[in-house]
Ligand binder design. Structure first.
Ligand code: NAP
Length: 524
């Protein structure tokens, strides 16, 4: 396959269009792509470390969550020696890679976008197979990966242009941005292409070398992405793909004295552990490690008594059950004014009754499986807790089929002290809580250690103004769902235990992978 050309200069950024697969021809093409991907199910994938392929013989099997007897890929797992080699080599190659001209790095980032765009349906099919996404959810993931590359390429061009500074008399004063060094990239499985691509390409386009430690749930998508990086022209030693268990290779990579930064997206507990381990200087370490940590959420939608109830119920249902509720931005708490509480619950109940669960490649299914058996167990335990903490009004059990299917579940009358109100479940479970009025609704929405996304449905401008000021979340939406952040439009990241608020897909994101240097030169 030839590498697609990249237009120069880069045109103004615009979001990649997404396919809803509503046309029969689109679906036919998608099914054909799935058949091609299936033909390579079970293939063995090597590690890519320090510019070479490696096998360890210790294999990780990744399965199709909607049919766990199907092995999607077999992956050689890194051991401690290889993880060490990966970070040592990333450090050793950094001086050379960091001198790659910005325009060349920008071109490689744009080429990653072009290659993924050309192989969109193939990547969609991998996401359907390994992550259990429906076609539209998979396509949105792929489109976001493309957007991240295109957006960060342009942001790097901007940052490479001279920063206007005050000029001292007789001096030339400037500030330039330097990359940091060797970084560790640790993405989650739920946006296995988009988030991994965004974090990796941001670091690379900024001039850093990286070691990618992919999620053990979605290593095949990571292996395919590593091939794209090479095809796009990134030097073989600019990145390593260090597949392996988080607890074995993850800790080692984070603690290594040559690691300059860690870019992590995942759960609160793992993020906090990484932050703690990275904070302790190791023998020979001469910097404070930078940690970018994007973590969990317990996202709420407030439904005010002055809301359009129909659109609020649609927004809540889409936000709660899209990709089976496995989005950090998913709505897991609906906080509803008592005046409209019963009417809202009726609407939600009716809408949830129409949601279909099953194999995600079939267009009639709105929801696919959750990612793994252990995730299913955790979610079912929360549902049992929820049945005691509130009133079950929909779902509450597994759904039929071989896969890790769970019914979309709604639990009403949930108190703010309840576990299902406070803890991230990361599955198709919605808690509904009654608020006395808008003040109380805001208080309930903020009664959480997280602060990622939130939404308010109201027609009252004063209440909207108050939500803008008082609803403490990194991403606030008004009269729309709380999922579906778009690169460039909704820079993404949360407050409090939701992380360091890195604002992925925003104009400040790349600064976290750079260090500014100021230079004052006496000229007269
Ligand atoms: P996770 O269990 O925290 O894992 C995330 C990544 O960390 C995986 O690659 C995992 O590898 C790795 N890891 C685990 N233990 C580690 C350790 N000791 N050292 C280094 N790395 C380690 O999270 P997940 O289940 O993949 O993803 C779901 C979570 O991500 C949810 O909490 C969700 O809210 C959050 N999330 C947040 C955002 C955001 O932007 N804020 C976006 C998406 C997801 P293994 O797979 O090998 O364990």
């Amino acid at each position: 396959m030839t590498t697609p050309a990249v237009s120069r200069p880069l045109a103004a950024f615009s979001n990649e269009p997404v396919n809803s697969f509503s046309k029969p021809d689109d679906l036919k093409a998608a099914q054909a792509a799935l058949a091609r991907v299936r033909a390579s199910f079970g293939q063995e994938h090597d590690l890519w470390i320090a510019g070479a392929r490696h096998k360890t013989g210790d294999l990780l099997a990744s399965v199709n969550p909607s049919k766990p007897s199907e092995i999607v890929g077999r992956h050689h797992k890194a051991n401690a020696a290889l993880a060490n080699q990966a970070i040592e080599d990333a450090h050793a190659f950094f001086p050379e890679y960091s001198r790659t001209p910005v325009e060349k790095r920008v071109e490689m980032a744009a080429r990653v976008a072009a290659i993924i765009r050309e192989r969109k349906l193939e990547f969609d099919a991998w996401l359907v197979s390994e992550a259990g996404k429906t076609w539209p959810e998979a396509d949105a993931d792929v489109a976001e990966a493309i957007d991240f590359c295109e957006y960060y390429a342009r942001q790097m061009q901007r940052l490479a242009s001279p920063e206007p500074l005050v000029q001292m008399p007789g001096e030339r004063d400037e500030m330039i941005y330097l990359p940091l060094g060797a970084g560790v990239i640790i993405p989650p499985w739920n946006f296995p292409l988009a988030i991994m691509t965004g974090m990796s390409v941001a670091a690379l386009v900024a001039g850093n070398t990286i070691v990618i430690k992919p999620s053990s749930e979605t290593p095949t998508i990571a292996a395919k992405f590593a091939d794209v990086l090479l095809a796009a022209g990134f030097p073989p030693r600019s990145f390593s793909l260090c597949t392996g268990s988080g607890s074995v290779v993850g800790d080692l990579l984070v603690e290594h004295p040559k690691t300059r930064f860690v870019s992590f997206t995942g759960s609160r507990d793992v993020g906090l552990r990484i932050n703690e381990l990275a904070a302790k200087p190791r023998k020979g370490q001469i910097w404070i490690k930078r940690v970018i940590a994007e973590m969990g959420g317990k996202d709420a939608i407030i439904v005010d008594r002055e809301a359009d109830l129909e659109s609020a119920a649609t927004g809540v249902v889409q936000s709660a059950y899209g990709y089976q509720g496995q989005k950090c931005s998913a709505c897991s708490r609906a906080i509803v004014d008592e005046k409209v509480y019963d009417a809202f619950l009726d609407k939600v109940k009716q809408k949830v009754a129409t949601l279909t669960v099953g194999a995600p490649e079939l267009p009639e299914n709105y929801m696919g499986p959750v990612i793994s058996e252990s995730a299913r167990k955790t979610i079912l335990n929360y549902i049992e807790t929820g049945k005691r903490e509130g009133r079950l009004i929909a779902g509450g059990d597994v759904a039929p089929g071989d896969g890790y299917f769970i019914q979309p579940t709604v639990i009403a009358d949930v108190d703010s002290k309840a576990r299902i109100f406070q803890e991230e479940i990361f599955g198709p479970v919605l808690a509904v809580t009654k608020a006395r009025d808008f003040d109380h609704a805001l208080q309930l929405a903020n009664d959480t250690e997280y602060g990622l996304t939130g939404a308010v449905y109201s027609k009252n401008p004063e209440k909207i103004r108050r939500a803008r000021e008082e609803f403490f979340v990194g991403n606030l939406y008004i009269n729309r769902k709380c999922t579906g952040a778009m690169v460039g439009a909704h820079p993404f990241g949360g407050f409090n235990m939701s992380g360091t608020d890195s604002k992925a897909g925003g104009p400040d994101y790349l600064l976290q992978f750079l260090q500014p240097k100021s230079i004052g030169e006496k000229v007269s």
